[in-house]
Design a protein around this ligand. Structure first.
Ligand code: LLP
Length: 419
């Protein structure tokens, strides 16, 4: 359920017409619905309410500070993977003690920053990182709470580029070594091992891989405890899939039930790191049709958004529903390739997509663009970043302004010898 609905034949974000936003900020732009973000957070929180847990929103899914703040106001923590994301979370008002820091490549200075910031925990992904972290924290006179992110070697059955829990993926500490590493960590001066973490992938549309991973986690917790080691936290990562097409995906309530069933009696605090499930359906990308171009075998709808604005279709062949902002008057459909202006064929949003008839200057919206949309955008072809707008009821605010190309050019300079 989202709050992007047609009213009087026109698509609205809550109570604001998208045409009004397009006039105000120009196209293309992202628009987020605060009510949808809140609804999704509350649905997830409700699904895990039987468990003692902190919901750490995966900031990589949508890192706009207005989005993070909306969730922080409901009690969310944050899962961050860089100092940049950590700064965003703190700026948006997430208390440091609700921030977890994941990632395979945290540098010494990243670790130092996180220790000084007093965050809840660092999710350590290798023995090598453990050694550096302990050294960093010891020098700062701290004993940093950590969990070990384990790689449970479970196939998440998702797209290969977003699968993270197989032993040939770069993530986590191999589960067969985790107990030994935990023992080692418990004897280090700069770290305080609290428990384990896992995250096996994103956009999981089947609960069974989660079940397999959870069972492995439970086994490991048992083993650690039998060795007299303390385990008080388990971080279960994110990964819950959402419907992009008409596909069926597990409901958060089913996921919550599964956690309770498999791990409810562990006597630990849980952390969850949902990203897509909260932000995905809370955002649209709105774009204008520039040309409808007739080629010998295809009709191309050339729009003003491109792969640099929304990378998912070109990177993962991901499907995003594309809908016209004005509700069509007839059921007539035309088959289009929907493409952007970038100079490569990969700049294609949809192939052979049946859509209502389009014409130059029509507005279209990409659904389910609130997660991994703006955060993955870039400036390829010297296209500056597009604005993000948040709507709440009949109010709206530009929460990231459109970057001016001059601002990008100002970052560059000629070498001395070129003047
Ligand atoms: N926790 C960790 C450690 C992660 O690596 C991720 C996502 C999450 C949580 C959040 O997962 P979610 O609940 O959103 O599935 N760019 C890709 C998705 C990459 C996901 C990376 N990790 C896409 O557009 O599909």
């Amino acid at each position: 359920m989202d709050h992007f609905q047609y009213k009087n034949g026109e698509l609205y974000a809550e109570d604001v017409a998208l045409t009004k936003l397009a006039e105000e900020v120009g196209t293309p732009f992202y628009v987020y619905s605060r009510a949808t973000l809140e609804r999704h957070y509350n649905v997830f929180a409700d699904a895990v309410k039987e468990l003692d847990s902190t919901i750490c929103f995966a900031v990589k899914a949508n890192s706009n500070i207005a989005v993070i703040k909306t969730l922080a106001d409901l009690g969310a923590g944050a899962d961050v993977v860089s100092v940049g994301e950590l700064k965003r979370a703190l700026k948006a008002g997430v208390p440091a003690n609700k921030v977890v820091f994941s990632g395979v490549g945290k540098s010494r200075s990243d670790l130092e920053y996180a220790v000084k910031a007093g965050i809840r925990q660092i999710n350590v992904e290798s023995e090598e990182e453990l050694v550096v972290l302990s050294d960093v924290a010891t020098k700062l006179g701290a004993r940093m709470p950590i969990v070990l992110r384990v790689n449970p070697n479970v196939d998440a059955k998702t797209h290969e580029k977003i699968s993270t829990g197989k032993s040939d993926n770069k993530f986590g500490i191999d589960w067969t070594r985790a107990v030994e590493v935990y023992q080692r960590a418990s004897n280090m001066s700069g770290v305080d091992p609290k428990g384990l973490a896992c995250h096996i992938g994103s956009q999981l549309v089947d609960l069974e891989p989660f079940r397999a991973a959870f069972r492995r986690m439970k086994e490991m917790v048992g083993e650690l405890r039998s060795l007299g080691l303390d385990v008080t936290r388990v971080d279960l990562g994110g990964g819950l899939g959402i419907p992009y097409e008409e596909d069926e995906t597990p409901l958060p309530v089913e996921y919550g039930k599964l956690v309770v069933e498999e791990l409810g009696d562990l006597g630990v605090e849980f952390e969850f790191e949902p990203g897509r499930m909260i932000a995905g359906n809370a955002g649209l990308l709105v774009s204008e049709v520039l040309y409808v171009k007739q080629a010998p075998t295809k009709t191309f709808a050339v729009i003003d958004a491109a792969m640099n604005d929304l990378m998912r279709p070109s990177l993962y062949s991901a499907y995003h529903a594309i809908v016209p902002v004005f509700e069509p008057e007839t059921d007539e459909k035309v088959t289009y390739d929907v493409v952007g202006p970038i100079c490569e064929t990969g700049d294609t949003f949809a192939k052979d997509r049946k859509l209502p008839k389009l014409a130059s200057a029509d507005l279209v919206a990409f659904r389910t663009a609130g997660a991994y949309g703006a955060t993955m955008s870039n400036t390829y072809n010297s296209r500056a970043l597009i604005p993000e707008v948040m709507v709440s009821g009949d109010q709206y605010a530009v929460v990231r302004k459109r970057v001016d190309i001059e601002e990008l050019l100002d970052l560059e300079s000629l070498a001395d010898w070129q003047s």
